[in-house]
Write a protein that binds this ligand. Structure first.
Ligand code: ZN
Length: 576
């Protein structure tokens, strides 16, 4: 059934305006000697985005989308705007090296909408709740055991009591996360306030908190959890969440009255633990079977690709867990070690323990399985490929936009294309899309335009899903389960290229992406776009969300955003 509505016409107009603006911008970019960028086609780094406050970014018609320490990639609409110039010089004074890109107004709007995702973090940072996730993050790194947490809390010397409460809470959460506590208990007794963590199912006494801050501490937690502050004689439930890096930690709080005061129990829902399971990666059936076959092989290289924040680390952790058996020795080299995995030797790179030297050292430890965080240079590439050829199963990541892009990238790094056939087993490509909130997502019939894009995007799908028109799609609404965002958690979309005689031949003869893609077509593995569209049709995510992450109009995506070839770390790069 065709539906006419005004939004459809408005969308169409927007599209025409957008196309005109885009072609104008491409000309302008050439004149200014700048690059043009299509922001919806890339993953915007929250860290980069948050470098500039939303108001300032909007005022200056700018959005930061990629950041590597003090290097910042900034998308702007017009380099001559005074506000834009002011922002650039302010950033430069703050020590940033800026690369400018021209972009369309609609693209900027798209980037600014990402501030919404960070809303909670910002609210926390602005002092509403006055708990700083960055502090929690860095404390987490420094806490190794209960004693560290105890010592840190004992040594809080801040006199200002509000700040003292914040620091105590930051330490409590950091400790709980670092030690992977499932619950935090704050229990007042006659003379002291007990802080206990439940670790692997067992309660452990951590420290006695000061009586002097107890009331403020409980009030702050009640506020945070949305409980009524003035109610102290009834049981109350609440919840809140905060974001550490890209990880959302969800807390369910329960408050009950007691003889010595209210006692608070908080359950921490750590999504990262569950997400390291192979079954939770969200692989489609084809990919699942392919990966299970590949993971069963005794040697060879398995590479996953994607920009920062595309879930590569999560995928590798899940693969490690999958191949983990007691008779296999598994060693990782990471930068940094993000999560401690049981029974796996994890090492972290440092100034004198690089990926390259680490890999050589690790090989002397007689491992069966190795994970090297990222292939960044020729030495690492060659050592990893050599290890893969000599009886080791090797996992790693490459910073490319698609699975096929890994082959030319390895060649650029100096790898001999003739060695790849005997060392590379499979290359994956991946991105993360936000999952629609199950509580509030709403179905609707696809518009004519949406129907067309879906059919276009499914073109070339080796085994298209059964579909009936009008297609049912789902849209993000927003409720109190999802902080009014309409989304909750994220899931990967995937593609892969396996090594076989056809692919090997193409890699040696002509390693351009489309040539390799053609050579691999007979493998009948859906592309990332195919996989994404299927997840849209299954109601996992929305069409606009998929479009935010990948360009669905162009199955053969050009590399347009490859910015960080070296020095990039997947910070908390995992599914939540
Ligand atoms: Zn919701």
């Amino acid at each position: 059934m065709v539906q006419f509505d005004t939004t459809y016409d408005a969308d169409r107009l927007d599209e025409i305006r957008r196309a005109e603006e885009e072609s104008l911008l491409k000309q302008l970019a050439a004149q200014y000697g700048l690059q043009y960028i299509n922001l919806p086609g890339i993953t915007i780094s929250p860290e980069a985005l948050m470098t500039i406050p939303e108001e300032e970014a909007r005022g200056a018609m700018a959005a930061a989308f990629e950041r590597n320490r003090k290097k910042l990639n900034l998308a702007i609409r017009n380099p001559n705007r005074p506000e834009t110039k002011a922002l650039i010089s302010k950033l430069e004074q703050a020590g940033f090296t800026i690369t400018l890109y021209l972009t369309a107004t609609a693209d900027l709007e798209h980037a600014w909408q990402r501030y919404e995702d960070q809303k909670h973090t910002v609210a926390v940072k602005r002092g509403v709740l006055d708990i700083n996730p960055d502090v929690i993050d860095s404390l987490m790194q420094s806490f190794k055991d209960q004693e560290d947490v105890r010592e840190h809390i004992t040594n809080i010397r801040t006199v200002n009591s509000a700040r003292r409460v914040s620091e105590t809470l930051e330490s409590i959460f950091a400790g709980a996360l670092a030690l992977r506590a499932s619950d935090v208990h704050i229990e007042p007794e006659d003379t002291n306030i007990r802080l206990r963590y439940r670790l692997d199912g067992v309660l452990h006494d951590i420290i006695d908190l000061e009586r002097g801050i107890y009331e403020r501490l409980i009030s702050r937690l009640k506020l945070l959890a949305g409980m009524r502050l003035n109610v102290t004689d009834e049981a109350q439930d609440g919840r809140f969440s905060f974001t550490i890096g890209e990880q959302a930690v969800e807390v369910r709080a329960s408050d009950i009255p007691g003889a010595a005061g209210e006692s608070m129990v908080m359950r921490l829902l750590d999504p990262s633990i569950a997400s390291f399971k192979f079954a939770n990666l969200g692989l489609n059936d084809v990919m699942k079977n392919v990966m299970l076959e590949e993971l069963a092989r005794p040697n060879g290289l398995i590479v996953t690709t994607g920009p920062t924040g595309s879930g590569k680390t999560t995928a590798l952790y899940a693969f490690l867990q999958q191949v983990h058996t007691s008779d296999r020795k598994i060693i990782t080299i990471e930068d940094p070690v993000e999560y401690k995995l049981d029974d796996i030797v994890q090492t972290q790179v440092s100034d004198d323990y690089t990926f390259a030297s680490g890999l050589r050292a690790v090989l002397r430890q007689d491992p069966d399985v190795i994970m090297v965080g990222e292939i960044r240079d020729r030495e690492v590439a060659e050592t990893a490929l050599h290890a893969a050829q000599t009886g080791h199963l090797v996992f790693s990541t490459l910073h490319t936009n698609s699975a096929v892009g890994a082959f030319p990238r390895l060649i650029d790094l100096g790898v001999d294309s003739r060695t790849m056939g005997s060392s590379v087993n499979i290359v994956l490509g991946q991105r993360l899309v936000r999952k629609l909130c199950e509580h509030c997502k709403e179905n609707y019939s696809a518009s004519e335009e949406e129907t067309k894009s879906i059919e276009r995007a499914l073109h070339g799908h080796p085994k298209p899903p059964p579909m009936q028109k009008p297609y049912t799609l789902y849209r993000a609404m927003g409720c109190n389960h999802c902080n009014e965002t309409g989304f909750k958690g994220r899931q990967g979309i995937y593609e892969a290229v396996r090594m076989d005689p056809q692919v090997e031949e193409a890699v040696i003869r002509d390693p351009r992406e489309h040539v390799i893609a053609e050579a691999a077509a007979h493998q009948a593995i859906p592309t990332m776009v195919h996989d994404g569209i299927e997840k849209v049709l299954n109601g996992v995510t929305s069409l606009p969300e998929l479009e935010r992450v990948v360009d669905i109009s162009n199955q053969r995506r050009e590399i347009k955003t490859e910015t960080a070839a070296e020095g990039e770390v997947d910070i908390a790069d995992h599914i939540v």
